[in-house]
Design a protein around this ligand. Structure first.
Ligand code: CP3
Length: 650
């Protein structure tokens, strides 16, 4: 019986222990093709870990589950940047500690924490849960806060089971994985598998599977890859990894008897030896094939990568591989992760807590797979430093106290010094920038002068904008001084956001459409132009308005780089009306997302077809995501836009 890989090419997706993997494959007579599928993102701002530290030291955490050794060590390193080790160890010694396997146990022991409940093999979340249910050392979870140190994507089933047992779950993500910045090795592995020149694939964790399919999907190669893996020897290190493969409809040929690389490679080589040879390199050429070892190192955030991202390129009307998409209100109540954080604080409390605001921003963008993040904040935050009161009543929307309806009241308004009064937004931008994927641009924003003026005069939302129009028509001098003051404040605020790390800014003029063209020209446009002209350093400016389809020529003359339109206009027609010298953003009706998933893709397709792949289109909704929108539908939209827009050659 022949043994080993017999010179066949073997692809392995391992990143961190890639070299060890390569030498194991060589020892079993295989030709190594390394395609690291994951890169560890830098930990500059580990917000989840810090939040855990805070609550741990306040005595609010009863049970902590440690899922990985590296994660456990990293968590402690992050915490020690803020807290004294002595205090942390004291707090940890006083709670129930559970370790998923030997590595986190060793990491805890090394810290002097020896009272740890171990979890038996194969160390999946199911065993963790079993231990929690049956171990005498573990308290009944009901009403307790259980912290879960996470590795990679959170395990939703595990978290749901903990919640079912009445626990408050505190997710503690301590390291994030992204696709490597250079996906070349991975692309070559996909091609080799599809071409049949490589017929053995070794997976050492579940996220490799999702990254691989994510990349293949982007290249319209997911089906071909699935077929290839189903005829190759596809080996998995353990149950989680196998489950991820099966979820992608890939048959798992073998799962390692023990979850380690040596067993995986040995068993895969045995299985390969017993199989008919594929189109791999013949024995005579095998010596000539060199070992391809291509290792990925994590890349720090890099401004040139941001600048060449699909979103930024589209803002500049340059060609892109696919149409970028992001969504207004992409972080909001429709998303469980947002509701979880929001349940612990008020809306304004959330906006003013830069750690949480950054977390909400980053979570939404990464979860949705969109092409830009928008900082979590609100257009109305600026009214407080103007000297007005601002409250958000549950279910009612904003309420502004001290409304402005006369010259005397305008005179009482303060000009905003954002460095002093809105620095929490700048902090949130810095933190979000550090937590975001290094190729994902961050959008800053503010209300446009007219929409802010309407809130300040009405005191909240409005149907007819009676007070706004009254001030505008009856007291034009007061209107002008108020609009001037708002414009100067907004310009300073946006420039501060750019300095803090925003790559582009959007002005929301949500209510401009309540005016006719002449009033817009006279009473809105000059102030909007003033803001846009004051933007320094010059980054792309998006001007979004609704209900202005009747005078897009005026909207165009704001001079914004990107014009955001609502769904009441045909996007392609609107764009030719504006002229293709500016980019366009939009414009799916947000209510389409309440319909069937099939119709979402179809409607998105109609918009893309209308545009026909012309560079400079940024896909978005025509207004914000509504709270009742199913998250799955949003994910479907993002996928549909990416997939469908790829077919246009650039
Ligand atoms: O993800 C993002 O888009 C960033 C966050 C963001 C919010 N508001 C968060 C928010 C952005 C860009 C805004 C802009 C905003 N805020 C606009 C312009 C866009 C638009 O929708 O026209 C306006 C008019 C506001 C003012 C505002 N804030 C209103 C009218 C409301 C109440 C309506 C509602 O949806 O509840 C808010 C509250 C608000 N702003 C929420 C969020 C997530 C919901 C608050 C909550 O959590 O209870």
């Amino acid at each position: 019986m022949p043994a080993g890989f017999q010179g066949q090419r073997v692809v392995a997706f391992e990143s961190r222990s890639a070299e060890e993997m390569a030498s194991l494959i060589c020892r079993h007579d295989g030709v190594v093709q390394l395609a690291p599928a994951m890169a560890e993102a830098p930990l500059e701002q580990n917000l989840g870990a810090i939040r855990f530290g805070e609550r741990l030291l306040r005595g609010e955490v009863s049970v902590a589950v440690f899922m990985t050794g590296v994660g456990t060590r990293t968590l402690m390193e992050v915490l020690q940047t803020r807290y004294r080790q002595q205090d942390l160890l004291g707090a940890l010694a006083g709670i129930t500690l559970i370790a998923r396997g030997p590595k986190p146990i060793a990491a805890l022991r090394a810290l002097g924490l020896s009272t740890v409940i171990p979890v038996p093999e194969p160390n999946t979340w199911r065993e963790v849960l079993e231990v929690m249910d049956t171990s005498e050392g573990c308290p009944n979870l009901s009403g307790l806060t259980v912290a879960v140190q996470e590795y990679g994507t959170p395990n939703r089933s595990f978290l749901a089971e903990l919640r079912k047992r009445g626990a408050e779950v505190l997710q503690v993500p301590v390291y994030r994985w992204t696709l490597p910045s250079d996906t070349g090795p991975l692309c070559r592995a996909i091609d080799a598998l599809i071409a049949g020149t490589c017929r053995v694939a070794l997976f050492t964790n579940s996220m490799q599977v999702s990254h691989l399919f994510q990349l293949a999907g982007q290249q319209q190669k997911a089906d071909a890859l699935r077929r290839a893996l189903n005829t190759a020897v596809t080996a998995s290190i353990g149950p989680n990894c196998s489950q991820a493969l099966r979820r992608e409809l890939v048959r798992v040929d073998l799962e390692a008897g023990q979850p380690n690389m040596a067993r995986l490679v040995e068993e895969a080589s045995r299985r390969t030896a017993g199989r008919p040879r594929g189109q791999g390199p013949s024995a005579s050429t095998r010596e000539a094939v060199s070992v391809e070892v291509e290792l990925e190192r994590p890349a720090p955030p890099n401004y040139s990568r941001l600048d060449s991202s699909v979103f930024m390129r589209a803002c500049r009307r340059q060609t892109t591989e696919y149409t970028p998409i992001w969504l207004m209100r992409q972080a909001g109540r429709y998303m469980a992760e947002y509701r979880e954080i929001r349940s612990r604080t008020s809306f304004l409390g959330l906006c003013k807590n830069s750690d949480l605001a950054a977390e909400v921003t980053v979570t939404a963008a990464h979860r949705l797979g969109v092409d830009a993040a928008i900082i979590f904040a609100d257009i109305l935050l600026i009214v407080e430093p103007m000297g007005l009161g601002l409250t958000f009543e549950e279910g009612e929307g904003p309420n502004i106290q001290g409304v402005i309806r006369s010259q005397a009241e305008v005179d009482r308004l303060s000009e905003v010094d954002p460095e002093e009064s809105l620095s929490f937004v700048f902090d949130a931008i810095r933190k979000a920038r550090a937590g975001l994927r290094s190729d994902l641009p961050l959008i800053g924003f503010a209300g446009a002068p007219f929409t802010l003026a309407s809130y300040i005069t009405e005191g909240g939302g409005s149907k007819n904008y009676v007070h706004t129009k009254e001030l505008m028509y009856r007291h034009p001098g007061a209107w002008d001084s108020m609009m001037q003051l708002i414009s100067r404040s907004v310009a300073k605020y946006l420039n501060g956001q750019i300095l803090a790390g925003a790559q582009a800014v959007q002005l929301f003029d949500s209510w401009a459409g309540c005016l006719g063209p002449e009033d817009y020209r006279r009473s809105v446009l000059p102030y909007t132009i003033q803001v846009i002209e004051s933007i320094r350093p010059r980054v792309p400016v998006i001007y979004f308005s609704t209900g202005t389809g009747g005078y897009l020529d005026l909207v165009k003359s704001t001079g914004a780089d990107v014009i955001g339109v609502d769904w009441r206009v045909d996007l392609a027609q609107a764009w030719s009306g504006i002229g293709h010298g500016q980019a366009i953003q939009g414009n799916l009706d947000p209510l389409v997302l309440l319909g069937e998933p099939g119709s979402i893709a179809e409607k998105a397709g109609e918009i893309l077809d209308g545009v026909g792949g012309r560079p400079g289109h940024i896909f978005n909704l025509g207004h914000g995501v509504l709270p009742q929108t199913p998250v799955d539908h949003v994910l479907r939209l993002v996928d549909a836009v990416h997939e469908r827009s790829r077919k246009f050659e650039v």
